[in-house]
Design a protein around this ligand. Structure first.
Ligand code: NAP
Length: 313
């Protein structure tokens, strides 16, 4: 068992966690990043990233994350390729527990992200990044003048459909019920869009295509009728799940499990900060998560400085 107390442990290795690591490492905090089992986070599930500033030709999601990791390493970040299963933020130094080890830290940044919910079909999983996506803003551009399907009936599905209708030639919303839980104003906007079509009450039973999406097979939930729609893209918009299980009872969480923060950086525990999609339900972009990671690292540095001066006085 190691007795070292880290100045800063960062939990999560998406854009928020790695940007926090770059800033903290350059401030000589020697941060430790616990990567989680999906190292690199959601961006490793996308192919081309064309909206991250500084890369005019675009780049692959995994490459962007690899670059961020190397940049964090260059300034002295260390990494553990494990997942956090529990924390104790009630006693200081804080404890961060993995399956077979326990580490102590004076400050922590939680950047565990959120995971898109998927339908769970093998064909869907096989074609993620090859026509199946969970983010219209990230991947919509690749479907310019193509036909796409959006699955879901909440606010996200309406937003995604409206966004995609600006690019795609046709957007079909597939939802399992006749009624939608999306806000009326979003439904009205989508209904008024001549490029958006509706398929209800339908469930997707298979995403079609060998190496790229070529369509979806649907089943009418009331009649059992089977139908096929041709499309090149499938956007699954059935919600996200914040990765906050280890923090239950330790940090303030809202009803959906997202970490509550007054400003997107502070939590209800002094010395524990948050960054990225684990708190942000709205923007969910790599660049906004990276921005919050930077802010969290700067706040952690200030917190540690204040601790030092308290200790001295
Ligand atoms: P959501 O509100 O939870 O809606 C998820 C949708 O997916 C529901 O219509 C649900 O169907 C459907 N669904 C869930 N599991 C499914 C499955 N296995 N197969 C097929 N369909 C399934 O999620 P969200 O739309 O991502 O929104 C999440 C939160 O963010 C909400 O609070 C929302 O208001 C907020 N948000 C707000 C905005 C905005 O512009 N203000 C934009 C995006 C998100 P059922 O309805 O049948 O359960």
């Amino acid at each position: 068992m190691v007795n070292e107390v880290y100045k800063l442990i960062i939990i999560g290795s998406g854009p928020a966690g790695l940007t926090a690591a770059i800033y903290a490492a350059r401030s000589s905090l020697s941060p430790l990043v616990i990567t989680g089992h999906e190292e690199g986070g959601q961006l490793t599930l996308t192919t081309d990233v064309e909206d991250f500033p500084g890369f005019p030709e675009g780049l692959q999601g995994p490459e962007l994350m690899d670059r961020m990791k190397r940049q964090a390493e260059r300034f002295g970040t260390s990494f553990i390729g494990d997942s956090v299963v529990a924390v104790n933020f009630k006693e200081r130094p804080f404890t961060v527990s993995m399956h077979d080890q326990e580490l102590k830290a004076q400050s922590v940044i939680v950047a565990t992200g959120a995971s898109a919910r998927w339908l769970g079909l093998p064909s869907e999983q096989r074609l993620i990044g090859h026509g199946v996506s969970s983010c219209a803003v990230c991947d919509g551009y690749f479907f310019k003048n193509k036909e796409v399907v959006v699955v879901g009936g909440g606010d996200s599905s309406m937003r995604e459909a409206i966004y995609l209708a600006k690019l795609a030639s046709q957007v079909t919303i597939v939802h399992r019920r006749e009624s939608f839980r999306a806000q009326q104003i979003l439904q009205d906007r989508a209904r008024a869009n001549s490029k958006i079509f509706w398929c209800v009450p339908m469930e997707v039973t298979e995403v079609l295509g060998a190496s790229m999406v070529s369509g979806v097979r649907l089943k009418n939930i009331t009649t059992g009728e089977i139908k096929t729609i041709n499309c090149q893209g499938v956007f699954v918009a059935i919600g996200h799940k914040p990765n906050t299980e280890p923090f239950r009872g330790e940090l303030g969480l809202d009803e959906a499990g997202y970490i509550i923060s007054p400003d997107g950086v502070h939590t209800n525990i002094a010395g524990v900060f948050v960054a990225g999609d684990v708190e942000d339900q709205k923007y969910r972009q790599a660049v906004t998560a990276a921005g919050r990671g930077c802010a969290a690292a700067m706040e952690a540095e200030e917190y540690l400085e204040n601790l030092k001066s308290e200790f001295k006085s």
